[in-house]
Every structure is written in structure tokens, then in C-alpha cells.
Design a protein around this ligand. Structure first.
Ligand code: NAP
Length: 210
């Protein structure tokens, strides 16, 4: 498949690229700083672009079969709308270029999965550190759910840099109100790629944890 990856220079995005190439996909990444990616592969095309620029996104989306998003940032204490604005651009570009399949990583703890990232996140991390970030993620999810795309929202537990597993759990009611459930970025990447050819979670938000 021809796949566009957004957030390809990030920790999960890099694993999406490597696993996607291993699976034989033709990958395009749209990144702000192409020199951050040191992968040479004939099936990888690197485009310079910013997700906040609609024209950049339209160019990147052209001719793709699917878009995977691992978009994120670390500007936690500023009231930003990077995730929702960037995602709106992806949705607009996909609708214009008639690319239907969109799989986007958000997080447990958002919307109907509220409180499911465990007590520590519910009482401290989300209200104190991730307040603006999670508010923007919530908006991001709502935009995706309102779109006409074939979307899947993937909500991981706390991310680790552990190895790829294939026996992780996935489903609509995952997570815990008490403990923080973990999942490796490598397993999340595996799950996104697996869902490219599955309709199990079409038009659904799904949790993923160990
Ligand atoms: N950390 C956790 O425990 C946890 C738990 C659940 C869910 N998540 C979510 O999982 C997702 C992936 O996490 P991660 O740790 O892999 O993320 P990450 O390493 O922070 O990567 C984020 C990516 O987004 C890109 N990006 C940011 N702004 C951009 C823009 N304007 N245009 C184009 N690209 C842009 C970054 O590009 P640059 O390299 O140019 O900055 C980077 O490639 C995030 O949405 C995160 O919130 C995280």
C-alpha cells in the first residue's frame, strides 16, 4: 500500500516507518526536518512539510491509500491547537484527494476513555501537566469522528520503548481507573499497520495496552 505517515521523526513514527517498510509498503513521510531521518530505502519518500500548512498536507496526501498519524509535541504548558489544527488539515486534504483510510494515535484518558489512564494521570498528570494537550487531543478526536473518512482512533496506554509484542490487548473498554497500563511504541506501530487491512475498528476508537 501507499501510506503517508505524519509524525515520522517521532519515537512511534520511526517505528511505523521501519515496520511499514519491512511489511513491503511504499511509505511517504511528511516531516519538518528531513535531515532528522537517516533511513535510506527505495520505498521511502521524505517530503519536507508542516502539518499546519494545508498545501503541504495536500501534496503529501496525493496518491496515498492511507494516512497514519503519530503526531505529537512537547509544548504541554502552552494553550496550543497543533493536534486539532494539524488533524483538520489532514482530514480536509484526505477528503479533497479522496483518500479514505485514516488511523490516528491519540491516548487513553480522552473522551469516552476518560479516567482510564489510572489514578496518577487522572489526579495529577492530566490536570497539572497535560491539561491543554489533552483538551486539544479531545478536539482532535471529535474532528476525526465527525469526518467522512474511514477512520480509526487508537488510544494507547502510557508509551514505553520496549520491544514489539503481538499479544497486546485492544478493545473499546481498555485501561484502568486505578493503575496506569503500558504499551510499547513498537506494539502500537504494529497495531496501526495491522488495522490498515482490517475493518474491525472502522469508525471506532480503540484502546491498546499490554
Ligand atoms: N508518551 C506517552 O506515554 C503517550 C501515551 C499515550 C499516547 N501518546 C501519544 O502518542 C503519539 C506518539 O507519541 P511519540 O512519543 O511517538 O511522539 P513524539 O516522539 O513526540 O513525536 C511527535 C511527532 O510529531 C511531529 N510533529 C509535531 N508538530 C508537527 C508539525 N507541525 N508538522 C509536522 N510534524 C509535527 C514531530 O516532528 P518533529 O520531529 O519535527 O518535532 C514528531 O515527528 C502522540 O500523539 C502522543 O501524545 C503518548
Amino acid at each position: 500500500m501507499n501510506i503517508l505517515i505524519v509524525g515520522g521523526t517521532g519515537k512511534t513514527g520511526r517505528l511505523l516507518i521501519s515496520q511499514g517498510l519491512e511489511e513491503g509498503h511504499c511509505i511517504t513521510v511528511m516531516v519538518r526536518k528531513p535531515n532528522k531521518l537517516k533511513i535510506n530505502n527505495p520505498n521511502l519518500k521524505v517530503l519536507k512539510g508542516n502539518v499546519l500548512n494545508l498545501e503541504n498536507v495536500e501534496t503529501a496526501v496525493q496518491g496515498q491509500d492511507a494516512v497514519l498519524s503519530a503526531l505529537g509535541h512537547k509544548q504541554f504548558f502552552i494553550k496550543t491547537s497543533i493536534l486539532s489544527k494539524g488533524t483538520m488539515n489532514i482530514i480536509r486534504a484526505m477528503e479533497k484527494k479522496e483518500v479514505d483510510r485514516f488511523i490516528c494515535i491519540t491516548s487513553l484518558g480522552i473522551n469516552e476513555s476518560r479516567f482510564r489512564l489510572g489514578l496518577y494521570y487522572t489526579l495529577f498528570v492530566i490536570p497539572v501537566i497535560l491539561f491543554f494537550y489533552f483538551r486539544d487531543k479531545s478536539k482532535q478526536e471529535k474532528l476525526i469522528a465527525q469526518s467522512n473518512l474511514d477512520w480509526t482512533i487508537v488510544r494507547p496506554g502510557q508509551l514505553t520503548n520496549g520491544r514489539k509484542r503481538t499479544n497486546y490487548q485492544h478493545g473499546p473498554n481498555l485501561g484502568s481507573y486505578i493503575l496506569t497500563k503500558m504499551i510499547s511504541r513498537a506494539s502500537v506501530a504494529h497495531f496501526l499497520l495491522k488495522n490498515l487491512t482490517s475493518n474491525l475498528y472502522l469508525h471506532k476508537a480503540v484502546g491498546i495496552t499490554n
